[in-house]
Design a protein around this ligand. Structure first.
Ligand SMILES: Cc1cc2nc3c(=O)[nH]c(=O)nc-3n(C[C@H](O)[C@H](O)[C@H](O)COP(=O)(O)OP(=O)(O)OC[C@H]3O[C@@H](n4cnc5c(N)ncnc54)[C@H](O)[C@@H]3O)c2cc1C
Ligand code: SF4
Length: 338
């Protein structure tokens, strides 16, 4: 389908200065409204004229949605806090380093200065067929252009695909899952605090959405509990170029170790499925085991059970196996700490 790239269609722009007004505007305008955070994802859709909302609600003037606060039980990060602020925050770097590292590896400094953590967690998939306006399953059609013998699917899914093989591209999402973050969302029915892993939606549940946000919903806060503060962390992102590039895959883990024994762990990978995956079977299999190469090796093998490669992304299976292994054994930790 041809994409017309001329001026954006007109819309009414609202610039609320409070959470209450922002949520009211989103609720009143329902399907007609788009929440605008940093605009790095949203503006593409508008400029390509693929999304044509009548109303845009710019969250940039809502100060309540910005900033990082320590609380009795951890940390609260406003959804409109920039990725640069997250990456540079002394408390995040000191206590929840896996999130600082994930934010620091997003794209380029300019994108991190403009992009927000709420937008990064809520961004759409980058599948180029879909983003170019092709009428695929995710766009309401009846075909997946990526999952054909000649489809360009090097970056696509190896797990949990159902009709759509697109992946979630967020770097901060697996770090939030590893930290057991709760995402606070205002809905027309009230406030919900949703576990980070449940914020994301796969095509089995709804092929048209990447997360639980519906018209009228506003993500306000990311809450990080203190349970995993100062744990042993691991984050690794693999990408084609070491700047300005989405992950081919990333992994995040938080681990509590006593002596050599893994007492507790949370581990998540992204860019292998339409939603970031918490690897519960891996967590269960390594708890109580020594933190060593053998445990990591077995965990990596378990992680890729059931993976199905497409024509051009077979490399993702050994990549995932090795990233999970390294997230258990922690070979790169020293480099980040220095
Ligand atoms: C060239 C390029 C390279 C990139 N590379 C990477 C990368 O390597 N890793 C990575 O993780 N990301 C990458 N990104 C994504 C980028 O980091 C942004 O974080 C992301 O696109 C969206 O953030 P934003 O604040 O601009 O949100 P927007 O684009 O404004 O919003 C994104 C979506 O979230 C919704 N939304 C945002 N905030 C809220 C809220 N508070 N409540 C309800 N809905 C909300 C919007 O309605 C929209 O649907 C890249 C982007 C570009 C353009
Ligand atoms: S992978 Fe998903 S988004 Fe991409 S063409 Fe197929 S159905 Fe569309």
């Amino acid at each position: 389908m041809a994409v017309i790239r001329d001026v954006m269609p007109a819309f009414q722009l609202y610039q609320p200065s409070s959470v209450a007004d922002a949520q009211k505007l989103l609720e009143q305008n329902g399907h007609d409204a788009l929440a605008l955070a940093g605009g790095l994802d949203s503006m593409d859709w508008l400029k390509d004229r693929i999304r044509k909302p009548n109303v845009v609600v710019d969250l940039g003037g809502v100060d309540e949605l910005k900033g990082i606060r320590e609380t009795a039980d951890g940390l609260e990060i406003g959804a409109m806090t920039t990725l640069t602020e997250v990456a540079q925050s002394p408390v995040i770097r000191q206590k929840y380093g896996v999130l600082a590292q994930a934010a620091e590896l997003v794209a380029s400094p300019q994108i991190r200065n403009q992009g927000t953590i709420g937008g990064n967690l809520s961004q759409d998939t980058r599948c180029w067929y879909y983003r170019a306006g092709w009428p695929c399953y995710r766009a309401g059609g009846n075909i997946c252009y990526a999952d054909t013998p000649v489809g360009r699917n090097r970056e696509h899914a190896i797990l949990h695909a159902e009709r759509c093989v697109a992946v979630n591209p967020s770097d901060t999402a697996p770090a939030c899952i590893a930290l057991d973050a709760k995402l606070v969302v205002l809905t027309p029915k009230g406030q919900q605090a949703i576990a980070a892993e449940d914020y994301f939606v796969g095509p089995d549940l709804d092929i048209t959405r990447m997360n639980i946000l519906r018209p009228g919903y506003l993500l306000t806060t990311i809450r990080i509990p203190s349970k995993w503060a100062n744990a042993g962390f691991y984050f690794e992102k693999v990408r084609d170029r070491n700047v300005w590039d989405f992950p081919l895959m990333n992994v995040a883990s938080a681990m509590q170790v006593s002596g050599d024994t893994i007492q507790d762990i949370r581990i998540a990978v992204n860019a292998v499925a339409a939603r970031p995956l918490r690897l519960r079977m891996v967590e269960d299999s390594v708890r109580g085991k020594p933190r060593n190469a053998a445990t990591g090796e077995a965990a990596g093998k378990l992680a890729v059970q059931g993976a199905v490669p497409l024509q051009f992304n077979g490399y993702k299976i050994p990549l995932m196996r090795n990233l999970v292994k390294r997230a258990i054994t922690g070979v790169e930790e020293a480099a980040w700490a220095s």
